[in-house]
Write a protein that binds this ligand. Structure first.
Ligand code: KG4
Ligand code: ZN
Length: 341
């Protein structure tokens, strides 16, 4: 007998609902929030309001697209954290109410584990899924981690950022250049026509497998400020080269620690996850490292890189198998216990 789960994601600025039948996705609906564009970042209060408006239509659409009846669902799952508390509350409250109304169990999911488990979503028969144990470089707007995964329930964080996340480095660099939010995809596109070697920025010196991106942001800011004093059109003239150069630096920083993690653990199954894993050059860099070092690499489908509820539903599927349900008094958390510190 197959298991049908409704997954809800509302941790940041994407309201999403997905239906999964075992590991197969029947629907994955995502409503973005244009409202933040003019602010150069996510405005928490506006995000929670938009989630409230979007949640019911998004769930409704997912159920329709999956071509199921809501009384066929075996469980409802939601992102408990980490994320913006006001945003998380919308998904949490919806899941609780839905579970009461339909008399089905609730499953709470950690957003970071879900990004990783997105690799187990079944798209077609030929798709390769990571073999255990594997390492995952999770790079998103809020997190940057190297995680060791031994099975769908056992995750250990080997390294993580001590300040900004890789996605924030993209977004902040874009903001400094006057580009819209989120900056990652804009920089990715601009970089395709730029010279990545034109400018260089210092790499952080952080011990072990941890990352740091705040120094890079500051040196990028000062570099641009000084250049603008000499030429007011500097950004306009150099934007493709700036985008390509900052992107190259971020990718070099990410890949360096990943290489170290492989050497330290001897694990050669390597996956990529999170919003920044949509980056075309990062995907190429991992593929290249895989070819050169005989790693087996697992690069997610673009649709499962940025925040989506399909990843919540697949993570919930594994919890369902263990009957790992939660009660009506569950509350969201802003930070994950899964983070090292
Ligand atoms: O995983 P995600 O959707 O949300 C969080 O959990 O944070 O990640 C969003 C982040 C943003 O910082 C965005 O700029 C970045 O992912 N991003 C990219 C690309 N697409 C999204 N960064 C670089 N290149 C991209 N193509
Ligand atoms: Zn995310």
């Amino acid at each position: 007998m197959s298991i049908l789960i409704l997954g809800i994601e509302s941790s940041c600025d994407e309201t999403s609902a997905a239906i999964i039948q075992d590991t197969k996705i029947l629907a994955n609906i995502i409503a973005g929030q244009e409202v933040h564009r003019n602010y150069g970042g996510v405005v928490p209060e506006l995000a929670s309001r938009a989630h409230q408006q979007n949640i019911i239509p998004v769930v409704d659409q997912a159920i329709k697209q999956a071509n199921i009846q809501k009384n066929q669902l075996d469980a409802v799952a939601f992102t408990r954290g980490p994320g913006l508390l006001g945003s998380l509350l919308v998904g949490t409250s919806f899941a609780k109410a839905f579970s009461l109304a339909m008399n089905i169990p609730i499953i709470e999911v950690d957003h970071l584990k879900a990004h990783i488990l997105a690799h187990f979503i079944k798209k077609d028969e030929t798709q390769a899924i990571p073999e255990f144990p594997f390492l995952c470089l999770t790079v998103s707007g809020g997190h940057t981690q190297i995680v060791r995964i031994d099975d769908p329930y056992t995750f250990s964080t080997l390294g993580q950022t001590i300040d900004d996340a890789a996605g924030e480095a993209f977004d902040k660099a874009a903001k400094i250049m006057g580009l819209p939010y989120p900056g990652g995809p804009v920089i990715d596109k601009l970089a395709t026509t730029g010279n990545a070697e034109k400018f260089s920025f210092p790499e952080p010196k952080v011990p072990g497998l941890d990352y740091s991106f705040s120094g890079l942001k500051t040196s990028f800011l000062y570099f641009i400020r000084d250049a603008l004093k000499k030429d007011a059109n500097f950004i306009e003239k150099e934007k493709a080269n700036l985008a390509a150069s900052i992107q190259r630096t971020i990718i070099e920083i990410l890949m360096k620690k990943l290489n170290m993690a492989v050497k330290e653990t001897g694990i050669r199954n390597i996956a990529l996850a999170g919003g920044v894993s949509a980056n075309s050059e990062l995907r190429k860099a991992l593929q290249k490292a895989g070819n050169n070092n005989s790693w087996k690499v697992f690069i997610p489908e673009i649709e499962f890189t940025t925040d989506n509820a399909a990843m919540i539903a697949i993570a919930a599927y594994y919890k369902y198998l263990e009957k790992d349900f939660c009660s009506q008094d569950v509350t969201p958390y802003a930070r994950s216990s899964f983070q090292k510190k």
